[in-house]
Design a protein around this ligand. Structure first.
Ligand SMILES: [Zn+2]
Length: 136
């Protein structure tokens, strides 16, 4: 910036001093504020994206388990056999499988022609009540 004499400066309504038609100090501040708002929105979207795997909602899981669930879903997508991931078939439906996600959660998956599809996430307790009801 070329040096300009102090007497050229004027006082804006905001109380800042400067040159030109508007206060550059406040303009920069406003730009930063808007940039931050955009950033916040993006990171909020990213965070909600982080709770999904190919659109499958993982948000009921605690953070550490989301990581684990993603790694398991990733392996399933790559063709790893559910059995290798601790998955077990149901007796009443051999195309349905449950894969443990940590101690507390179970991932219900369905076998399809083109691979394994996640159906539902549930807590261990939810899962128990289902499997007991269905057992004969
Ligand atoms: Zn200002």
């Amino acid at each position: 910036m070329p040096h300009r004499s102090r007497r050229w400066r004027k006082r804006f309504d905001c109380g800042h001093r400067g040159f030109g038609k508007y206060c550059h100090c406040c303009a920069v501040r406003e730009m930063r504020r808007q940039a931050k708002a955009v950033q916040r929105k993006a990171s909020r979207e990213e965070r909600s994206q982080q709770k999904r795997f190919n659109g499958f909602d993982l948000s009921m899981l605690p953070k550490a388990m989301i990581k684990k669930a993603k790694s398991i879903l990733g392996k399933l997508t790559q063709g790893v056999h559910p059995g290798a991931l601790g998955g077990k078939q149901f007796q009443f439906d051999r195309n349905l499988m449950r894969i443990p996600i940590g101690y507390r959660h179970r991932l219900l998956c369905r076998r399809k022609d083109d691979g394994i599809e996640p159906v539902e996430l549930m807590t261990h307790e939810d899962y128990n009540s289902i499997s007991h009801n269905t057992r004969r």
